[in-house]
Design a protein around this ligand. Sequence first.
Ligand code: PBG
Length: 332
Amino acid sequence: MSDSFDLPIRPRRLRQQAQLRRMLPRVTLRRSDFIVPVFVREGSGVRQEVPSMPGVYQMSIDVALGELSRRAEEGFGAYLAFGVIDRKAKDTSGSAALDENNVVCQLFRKAAEKKIPMAGITDLCFCEYTSHGHCGPISADGSTVNNDATVELLVRQAVNHAKAGAAVIAPSGMMDGTVGALRGGLDGAGFADVSILAYSVKYASAFYGPFRDAADSTPEFGDRRGYQMDPARGLDEALLEAQLDVRQGADMVMVKPAGPYLDVLAAVRGAVQVPVVAYQVSGEYAMLEAAARNGWLDRERAVLESLMAIKRAGADLIITYYAELLAKLLKE
Ligand code: PBG
């Protein structure tokens, strides 16, 4: 007699009925799960596609505001702003990052004026503003980013962004002690209610390549391995980074990239009591798009599956470049 006759447990039973299949999913995606990245630059009427991220655009503020209004109507709750500035405006210390009138500050002020009902998040970093493309000023011996000098500058940048109307500050530079310093600086400047989303667990990843096109932030020499994490290190380091940030006052923590680090995401989810955000980065987007554009993958199914996996691994919120497609695919 074949084994199958005395199998009491048959998982397929629940798969046969379309109605039950519809009722049983535990992992669901809503538009409000997603944070929408936006690349802003000078000018007006500018909408320039990023070559390595087809479907993603650098936009002038007027165009970005239109896009954000539409996303807000669709039910997306937050955007993440990146500033793209002219090469000529960059210097070794990234001073344009501290200009209260730079594109990021302008975007926040105008979004507040227009009362766009989305939380504004700033990616707090210097790599888009330094001539060498590193995430802060370089130490005297030229070897790497000067941690403590960078943290001081980040506090000033954060206070500027808070003044301009940012609801959430997201430091992405991987400098030690950033979160505690930001909390103190923001509180001292009267911004106790501005939240901190820490890029706590951020790997030195090949998957940021296309973003560096989009934000014009490729390091001129070396790489970011002196401050971003080594993918070959174990989970302990990830948990340490997340816990350090929570202890210093992070309101939410992030794991980045998302797809290749689902194990890390799940471990961080289990170790902290704050919301966990995952960043489906530019390279993850570029891979899906390249395959979809070649007809090698079904874009809609593959994108939803990739995001479902990130949510199932424990993400409360996901940063993704797929807002446009998600507005089409998700009802709310
Ligand atoms: C800035 C920053 C980067 C990304 C987000 N913020 C680039 C980097 O660290 O080199 C990458 C995002 C993406 O790839 O989509 N430090």
